[in-house]
Ligand binder design. Structure first.
Ligand SMILES: Nc1nc2c(c(=O)[nH]1)N[C@H]1C(S)=C(S)[C@@H](COP(=O)(O)O)O[C@H]1N2
Ligand SMILES: [Mo]
Length: 170
């Protein structure tokens, strides 16, 4: 389905990434913090996002089919309070986290499948954030997404994804 010269790149797995230890938690300004394992997520309704993926380093992976659970469905189950306005999505790799306005994050997908197969660990499996909008940056697609932190304030010092990703380019 995908051409070998236009697929996702494979990077070394960072420390902290352990698919066996993975679960997804939703915490923060919510009525009820919740935790999902993969079997619980597979019970929920899946959506599809078809998209190319472009990295700021200058490569593009064409025609990817992501399948998974809409972020809105996951966060809604935790019942965000009226103060909820931002979300910080944490990866399993040490310190990697990316912040969003909640409205925008709600349009994202927690992808569990890529091109009909379970998402491989080197591409963020078990679960990766995929934003369907054209204006998203590569580093916003958080691999090994393990913690959705709902916030009332814009995340600042813990919002590390852009710095980590852009450092890799230099
Ligand atoms: N958790 C985590 N997610 C991440 C990154 C990372 O270092 N850690 N790098 C980002 C960047 S800059 C890119 S280009 C893509 C790379 O995806 P790939 O490894 O599937 O090619 O993952 C993004 N998501
Ligand atoms: Mo990137």
């Amino acid at each position: 389905m995908r051409e070998s010269d236009s697929s996702l790149q494979t990077f070394e797995l960072p420390s902290g990434v352990d698919p066996e230890a993975w679960s997804l938690t939703v915490t923060g300004v919510v009525e009820q913090a919740i935790e999902f394992d993969t079997s619980k997520l597979y019970e929920l309704e899946f959506s599809t996002v078809d998209d190319d993926f472009t990295c700021l380093e200058g490569w593009t992976a064409k025609g990817l089919e992501w399948r998974g659970v809409p972020i809105e469905a996951l966060i809604s189950r935790a019942q965000p309070t009226s103060e909820a306005a931002y979300g910080l999505v944490h990866g399993m790799d040490d310190n990697y986290a990316c912040g969003f306005e909640l409205d925008r994050l709600f349009d994202g997908l927690l992808a569990l499948k890529l091109d009909s197969d379970p998402l491989p660990v080197e591409h963020g499996g078990p679960a990766r954030l995929v934003l369907p909008d054209d204006k998203s940056d590569c580093y916003e697609s958080v691999k090994w997404a393990t913690w959705l932190e709902v916030l009332d304030q814009p995340p600042t010092e813990h919002d590390t994804a852009a710095d980590i990703a852009l450092n890799r380019i230099e």
